[in-house]
Design a protein around this ligand. Structure first.
Ligand code: HEC
Ligand code: HEC
Length: 357
């Protein structure tokens, strides 16, 4: 009996010795979002299970830009989500570590906190914390294994300390993929953009040109004398998206079996969801060419031409997508208006810079 006690006692003693991080203070600082950054976007949705702290965001920032996540050590999240391109990659289809193309175009991470009706073009991921787990083990994207990534993080000279400061772990062995994903979630929630030329104009700061105004009126159907653009129904304020799923007549599908990318139906399995994608936000759209889930359009002019023509009469095409008969001036105006939606002030946030440069 005494031996058993001794054994248990020694084991407890040994395991408590293993707490290699316990001497590092854990005292996280809440991250204050600047009120100006969200005043035109609405209350920033933050899950109770992953509150923002400076230490958590710093950790996420390092992981986001660190090629440690890829099997080849050559790619990071930022390879396909470049800050200067509103966190997209400028390619029609993204290219992964082995040089293979992914099946879809990269998406902006700007205002990602507000995309609360599902992430990815088809909405198959519910939260940023779930999404962040996927690229690492995606064969085409980072093609690595979490087990190995977590081992690398545990034996890294700096990450264990950063995990301690962010999440209060007491030992490097407590680093997990879930904590890594939480840090990435925090980092992405502070990429905010809501103070564009358009937002300032609405507050009577600055003016829009005649072209931009004509585009605004066409976009939101505000002038009964003009042909409707219908855009604002799906790309509505403040995010310039309703976060809902639509088929905007892109794919040449005559029956539901013809959709090359079934989109939302992957999640719901409903015939009425074939070919539907989440309407993307149009904030910073001038920076995120090429456009659509497959990057098929290189310019905003081509996008406007698509909507003006009404696209293909696919089985699930939304009734708002139809021949518009816009004038040349209206088309030019729509493009000019979309270019007023740019606000890259997030590039000045030191928490969003590449920490390795
Ligand atoms: C090889 C390029 C590539 C890499 C690397 C990559 N992504 Fe992406 N990302 C994409 C593509 C492509 C999509 C759209 C995929 C889809 O809809 O199926 C996407 C979508 C997303 C979305 C959804 C955005 C939205 O509006 O719904 C988030 C969030 C995201 N990525 C974050 C990350 C994070 C975090 C990492 C690193 C762990 C990462 N990505 C690594 C290419 C990449
Ligand atoms: C019925 C809803 C709907 C209407 C109306 C609509 N859109 Fe869209 N929009 C979408 C959807 C859905 C997508 C993504 C489709 C895809 O990639 O398969 C999209 C994509 C876009 C894109 C590309 C975004 C990106 O990140 O690649 C632009 C630009 C755009 N729309 C502008 C407009 C303009 C301008 C109008 C009005 C002329 C308009 N939209 C009308 C739903 C709509």
């Amino acid at each position: 009996m005494i031996r058993v006690f001794l054994f248990v006692g020694i084991s407890i003693f040994l395991s408590s010795c293993k707490k290699d991080l316990i001497d590092i203070p854990y005292n996280p600082t809440p991250y204050e979002v600047n009120a100006e950054e969200t005043e035109n976007l609405g209350i920033l949705p933050i899950p109770k299970t992953n509150e923002l702290t400076e230490e958590g965001i710093r950790l996420g920032q390092h992981i986001f830009f660190d090629p440690v996540l890829s099997s080849t050590g050559t790619m990071s999240c930022s390879s396909c989500h470049l800050p200067e391109l509103a966190f997209t990659d400028g390619k029609a289809l993204s290219v992964g570590v082995q040089g293979e193309q992914t099946s879809r175009s990269s998406m902006t991470l700007v205002n990602a906190a507000y995309y609360t009706q599902g992430l990815f073009w088809d909405g198959r991921s519910e939260k940023l914390e779930d999404q962040a787990l996927l690229p690492v083990e995606d064969d085409i994207e980072l093609d690595h294994s979490w087990e190995e990534v977590v081992e690398d993080l545990k034996s890294h000279p700096e990450y264990p300390t950063m995990f301690r400061k962010a999440f209060g772990i007491e030992d490097s062995e407590e680093i997990t993929k879930e904590l890594t994903a939480r840090a990435l979630g925090q980092f992405q929630r502070i990429i905010l953009s809501g103070n564009s030329k358009y937002d300032r104009w609405k507050k009577d700061i600055g003016v829009l040109t005649d072209e931009e105004l004509l585009g605004f009126e066409t976009f939101f159907d505000v002038n009964p004398l003009l042909k409707d653009g219908e855009c604002g129904h799906c790309h509505n304020e403040p995010l310039f998206t309703s976060n809902q799923y639509f088929d905007n007549g892109l794919q040449e599908a005559n029956t539901i079996d013809d959709y090359g990318d079934i989109g939302r139906a992957v999640v719901t399995n409903k015939e009425s969801d074939y070919g539907k994608m989440r309407a993307p936000s149009l904030r910073n759209i001038a920076l995120t060419a090429p456009y659509m889930h497959d990057g098929r359009f290189e310019t905003l002019e081509e996008v406007v031409e698509h909507y003006n023509s009404g696209g293909h009469p696919t089985p699930n095409r939304d009734p708002l997508v139809h021949e518009l008969n816009l004038t040349e001036d209206q088309k030019v105006g729509l493009v000019a208006f979309m270019k007023t939606l740019t606000d890259t002030s997030y590039l000045e946030n030191p928490f969003l810079e590449n920490p390795f440069e």
